[in-house]
Each structure stands twice: as structure tokens, then as C-alpha cells.
Design a binder for this molecule. Structure first.
Ligand code: PEP
Length: 247
């Protein structure tokens, strides 16, 4: 089976104003012809403008979260259908900042994934252990459980990615060793195999957590790493492009 094309996705989190679209334009210009698929996930209010700006380029636009319903009385929420209507092609779901800050459970994430599929979006489903869990030797069982619970059966045959993001590595400058990353990605791959059979080989497993220009090459070339989900270093085109080109 051919290896999936890696994805490098930037998660802008709650950062960026319309003026930041110049960074997106610079990313699109610099990413032309690169080996990876490249995506930027800006705040929801920038998705429409960014999609129009990047139309005709190779850079995809994604959302950072979506509700599990398509529409309804959910003040302040955005549905997957709305993201797709605004031009998004992908959506990050189950990010640890949603799990810890908003109490999202695996079951909620699975419903969001179903909504993303209904809307024709490619989900990037995030999993990852907390530091106490890793220190207690529970990293692999916790992440395995998250993969089992967050990925609904409807994903079979549909494009999606899993992002392994150790919570303690997000925004901290800390990263696991390459051996630890490979061990966790193998655990995710094995769980995907249990769920989806041989087709699971084609699912890119991204690494996320303090990926920077200085460590990107080593991480992106590790076994079972099929790309990266990049937070802080995706906000500046020069840094993000250095990561994209590290592949
Ligand atoms: C993230 O938020 O998904 C992330 C990986 O952040 P950072 O790269 O800043 O650690």
C-alpha cells in the first residue's frame, strides 16, 4: 500500500485578524509544489476570507472545531456544515484544549466526526495523554482508548487523519523523544488497524506538540509520522514554511 501524502496543518487557535491573511498568502506562495499537503486552520471568522484568498493555491483551509448538530439552538457554536459552506475542507476535532477546557469526551468527539463527514469535511481527530498519565506509564492505554472512542465506524473508506498530541508538549517547548513518538504512533496505527483493517495503513498520523523549524525534520522523518499539527509556529509564514520544507 502506498504511504499517504503527509499533511502539515497549522492551528492558529484564537489568534489572527484580517490583517493576518498576509501570512496565509505568503504560506500559499511558499508552499507551492511542496511534498506535503498543507492546511491552515484559522479562527472560524477568517475561514471564508481565507478560502477565497487561497482559492487556486495548494493550501487548504480548515476549522478548529465544529458542533455535532448541523444547525439549531446552540448559541455561539459553529456547525461543520457552516465551515464547509465557508470554504473549509478539513476540521480539527477533539483538540486537547477543547477536551480540557470544554469537557469534550470521546463520545462527543465521535459525534462531531460524524457531523464533519456529513458536511464533506476531512476530520483531523486529536488524541494525547497528560503528563501525569505518561508518568504513570499510561500513555499508550489512554491514547488507545481515545482512538477507540473518538473514531466512529462511519470513517471507514473516508479521508481522515489522527493527530497524536501529548498534552504536556502543546505550547510548552517540550517534546517526547523520537522513540517515544514512534512508540505512540505505532500504538495509534495498531488501534486503527483493529477498527478499520488494512485500510488503516493509509491514514496519516500527525504529530503535534511544540513542532518548530529546529525539530521538524527529525520528527517528520520518524517512523509512522505522517505529518504535523503545528500551533504557535504556524502563525508566521517563515516558521511554518520552514516546517513544511523540512519534509
Ligand atoms: C496545537 O495546538 O495543536 C499545537 C501542537 O500547538 P504548539 O505547536 O504550539 O505546541
Amino acid at each position: 500500500m502506498t504511504a499517504p501524502r503527509p499533511l502539515i496543518a497549522g492551528n492558529w487557535k484564537m489568534n489572527g485578524l484580517r490583517a493576518s491573511l498576509v501570512e496565509a498568502a505568503a504560506i500559499a506562495e511558499g508552499a507551492a509544489g511542496c511534498a506535503a499537503r498543507v492546511a491552515i486552520c484559522p479562527p472560524a471568522v477568517l475561514i471564508h476570507l481565507m478560502s477565497e484568498l487561497l482559492a487556486g493555491t495548494e493550501v487548504l483551509v480548515g476549522g478548529q472545531d465544529a458542533h455535532w448538530e448541523d444547525a439549531g439552538a446552540f448559541t455561539g457554536d459553529v456547525s461543520a456544515r457552516m465551515l464547509a459552506d465557508a470554504g473549509a475542507k478539513l476540521v480539527i476535532l477533539g483538540h486537547s484544549e477543547r477536551r480540557s477546557g470544554w469537557g469534550e469526551t470521546d463520545a462527543m468527539v465521535a459525534r462531531k466526526v460524524q457531523a464533519a463527514l456529513r458536511a464533506g469535511l476531512e476530520p483531523i481527530v486529536c488524541v494525547g495523554e497528560m503528563l501525569e498519565q505518561r508518568n504513570a506509564g499510561q500513555a499508550a492505554p489512554i491514547v488507545t482508548e481515545q482512538v477507540r472512542g473518538s473514531l466512529p465506524a462511519e470513517l471507514a473508506g473516508r479521508p481522515f487523519c489522527v493527530a497524536y498530541e501529548p498534552v504536556w508538549a502543546i505550547g510548552t517547548g517540550l517534546t517526547p523523544s523520537i522513540a517515544e513518538i514512534e512508540e505512540m504512533h505505532r500504538a495509534v496505527r495498531a488501534t486503527l488497524g483493529e477498527k478499520f483493517g488494512p485500510a488503516a495503513e493509509a491514514v496519516p498520523i500527525l504529530y503535534g506538540g511544540s513542532v518548530k523549524p529546529g525539530n521538524a525534520a527529525e520528527i517528520l522523518h520518524a517512523a509512522e509520522v505522517g505529518g504535523a499539527l503545528v500551533g504557535g509556529a504556524s502563525l508566521k509564514a517563515a516558521d511554518f514554511l520552514a516546517i513544511v520544507r523540512a519534509l
